[in-house]
Design a protein around this ligand. Structure first.
Ligand SMILES: Nc1ncnc2c1ncn2[C@@H]1O[C@H](COP(=O)(O)OP(=O)(O)OP(=O)(O)O)[C@@H](O)[C@H]1O
Ligand SMILES: [Mg+2]
Length: 379
């Protein structure tokens, strides 16, 4: 029997729950060509949301728009960015191999496309050597590609760029951002949806008035999925496979994982696998201790890479502390002077272990890490 819960993959159609408001907002933005920035901690569902909206719009607006997904996670340099960008745009706007090749010729005449069939299934992959002697011309052509294709085909183009914060690490990132912005702001038939998980980096790119992308578009802080949604989702998924879980227990799953989308699905799956017919509290407890065990080596490695004060800071979060600079908290967790708090926080943000929410609340990114810390560490 196929498991009714998925994690580590994009949540599509049946696996997708709720997010009605975000779906509507994004859909509106895409059709109205309003640039959008989506920010949330890792594994809260950014890619799934963008994908879902794309699925819906592709069906509804078949002949009116191209939606193009670019993932720059593995791009370490500007050149790699351009290559991945051009590939993705050309692929999204052509329905097959022939169109793809003629697209390269038509829109990127200055490049000699190095076209290879990467395997027998005819998944075509094209790469081209960017000639940096000709850099200005090439960059213009590539960055204007969506607008050029939009004009040539009469369709709107939605360009979704995943893991956008990575551009922050490029050599001379500021100049690169200026180049992108200078081109993209002139595109009146294209909508850019830029998203990623490093909130502090993305906020610096999009919310800092000294930066080129300041006020580039609508910023959407994606939230977790609500408890009530999880309760009905989990109960339904059990029922659809002939198993039963009460609403109370479904709620406990969401609570234990603090509504974290990836973890709720993972934990629910482990519980589902252990349930023959009817789920009970013992199964929840066993599955939780299994989950924590499975991840404990990973957590131990993380902790080994931290200073005592950083560990204590995480511990203070799991204890529910809010005012880290207060005298009591500074003493209890041995933080030293209150001036240290900023450095500790920055180091943990940098390591992707904590997140500062828009209301300034500091949370651990990984709720299971929190459970593990509470079980294994004492200050
Ligand atoms: N709307 C949803 N309904 C059900 N499950 C979801 C939903 N959105 C996300 N998930 C769960 O969360 C997991 C992570 O989602 P996704 O990969 O979209 O997150 P992300 O924010 O893009 O993560 P990352 O920052 O690591 O790229 C999915 O595999 C799925 O288990
Ligand atoms: Mg993602």
């Amino acid at each position: 029997m196929e498991t009714p819960f998925i994690y580590g993959r994009i949540a599509k159609s049946d696996d997708y729950t709720n997010r009605k408001e975000e779906l509507a907002r994004l859909k509106n933005n895409f059709t109205g060509l309003i640039n959008t920035i989506i920010i949330s901690p890792r594994r809260w569902g950014k890619t799934s949301l963008v994908n879902r909206v794309s699925e819906i719009l592709r069906k509804e607006q078949k002949k009116k728009m191209f939606i193009c997904n670019v993932d720059v996670f593995n791009c370490r340099t500007e050149e790699q960015f351009y290559t991945v960008f051009a590939n993705a745009i050309l692929r999204a706007s052509s329905s097959g191999w022939n169109e793809f090749v003629s697209g390269v010729k038509k829109y990127l005449g200055h490049f000699v496309p190095n076209i290879t069939l990467s395997d027998k299934t005819q998944v075509y992959e094209f790469s081209f050597g960017v000639d940096f002697k000709d850099k200005n011309l090439s960059v213009d052509e590539i960055l204007n590609l969506p607008q050029t294709i939009a004009k040539a085909t009469g369709r709107k183009i939605i360009v979704c760029i995943d893991e956008f914060q990575n551009i922050h690490n490029y050599d001379n990132s500021l100049a690169f951002q200026q180049t992108l912005r200078a081109h993209w702001q002139l595109h009146d038939s294209v909508c850019y949806c830029l998203f990623g998980s490093k909130r502090h980096l993305l906020m610096n790119i999009f919310n800092n008035s000294d930066m080129p992308f300041y006020k580039f578009g609508d910023i959407l802080f994606l939230q977790k999925i609500k408890r009530s949604e999880w309760v009905s989702f989990i109960s339904k998924r059990f029922a659809s496979t002939g198993k039963y879980i009460s609403e109370d227990l479904s709620g406990e799953i969401a609570d234990a994982m603090q509504n974290h989308p990836y973890y709720v699905q993972q934990y629910a799956q482990q519980i589902w696998l252990r349930t023959k017919k009817k789920c009970d509290e013992t199964i929840l407890q066993e599955a939780l201790s299994d989950l924590v065990d499975q991840l404990s080596l990973l957590f131990a490695n993380i902790v080994n890479s931290l200073t005592t004060r950083q560990i204590n800071f995480l511990f203070a979060i799991t204890d529910g502390e809010k005012n880290f600079s207060s005298k009591d908290v500074l003493e209890k967790y041995d933080f030293g002077a209150s001036a240290n708090i900023k450095n500790i926080k920055n180091a943990l943000l940098e390591k992707d272990l904590i997140d500062i929410l828009p209301d300034n609340e500091i949370v651990l990114q990984d709720p299971v890490f929190g459970i593990w810390l509470q079980q294994n560490w004492r200050v």
